[in-house]
Design a protein. Structure first.
Length: 319
């Protein structure tokens, strides 16, 4: 792991901007994991610079050195008085370890997650802090508006439902509607060890949100699109086979756990793993059979899976 680069200014929780009315603005630690991020990172950190809430520190970890990400961060650090800190993992460690490193290093009263290809509108942080301070909630969840690789609107939004606190874990297993770039959380959530689980390369965020709910931290749900989420072929969720293959592992963690609806949990696992088998039985029969092996541990008599098992076995025998 590389050292700290960029603007080496240090800050602490008691460094505050004073508003004209005598109120103080808390420091926000902005957490950005970056992997092959050079194409979009400049636009992303420009949206940080444009924030009307100006009391922030920017923490970036380049998770695998493959492009000019570090040069972009250094150039950005030279143009802002705010602390900018950069870590470099010479070898890719995965998004969970990367975010956890930055959480450990953060000194802000609040943490705001931002992926290296997403964008915030200028009032994003100011609005989040005002709502959180007023409501005394522990974390804010907003919706997103989807954009393409060139920043064009895709005409689709993801708006979080306003539902009872205790139903959020099951709702997240139905649909992963809380995206990291749309979460601002108080530091107290992470003071007792809550972190992203590095065993999950995909779905690690859903797992953490459920852990936060389990720990009793109250969310403030804002049913509007508060930021822009970029959909592009290089995105972590663009692989239509790997997505259900890995996401189902998160669901497997909650088998037998009363925090989620068990019928839904089992049904979702079976549906995802059946989908993996359907897409891989012909060209990757071993991958299909591995997925079905996991499925049959959950539901041995899941009838929709058996045709794909037979086809995968036949395809394997022909090789």
């Amino acid at each position: 792991m590389g050292g700290i680069l960029g603007n080496l200014s240090t800050v602490s929780n008691d460094v505050l901007q004073v508003f004209g009315d005598g109120m103080t603005a808390p420091l926000v630690s902005i957490v950005i994991p970056a992997y092959r991020a050079a194409r979009y990172l400049g636009e992303t950190i420009a949206s940080v610079r444009a924030q009307t809430h100006t009391q922030w520190e920017l923490l970036i970890c380049e998770d695998g050195v493959v492009d000019d990400t570090a040069d972009q961060v250094r150039a950005f650090a030279a143009t802002t008085p705010n602390p900018v800190r950069l870590w470099q993992n010479r070898i890719n460690q995965g998004v969970s370890r990367t975010r956890n490193l930055l959480i450990d290093a953060a000194v802000g009263t609040y943490l705001a997650f931002l992926d290296a290809d997403d964008l915030w509108p200028p009032a994003y942080l100011a609005s989040a802090l005002e709502r959180l301070e007023r409501s005394r909630a522990d974390w804010q969840i907003v919706g997103v508006e989807f954009i393409d690789g060139d920043g064009g609107l895709l005409g689709r939004r993801e708006i979080p439902p306003v539902i009872p606190f205790e139903t959020i874990p099951t709702a997240l297993l139905r649909h992963s509607y809380i995206l990291p770039s749309a979460v601002v959380a108080h530091r107290r959530i992470f003071d007792h060890g809550l972190r992203f689980d590095s065993r999950f390369p995909i779905g690690e965020d859903v797992d953490l949100w459920i852990a936060i709910i389990r720990a009793g931290f109250r969310p403030l749900v804002v049913p509007e699109a508060g930021c822009k989420y970029r959909k592009h072929p290089e995105g972590a969720t663009a692989d239509v086979i790997r997505l259900p293959e890995e996401f189902s592992r998160v669901f497997e963690r909650y088998l037998g756990d009363p925090i989620v609806d068990q019928r839904l949990c089992r049904g979702s696992i079976c549906s995802m793993l059946t989908s993996v088998a359907r897409m891989t039985w012909r060209r990757q029969p071993q991958r299909a059979l591995a997925a079905l092996g996991r499925l049959f541990q959950v539901s041995p008599w899941h009838l929709p899976a058996w045709p794909w098992f037979i086809l995968a076995k036949a395809s394997q025998a022909r090789r």
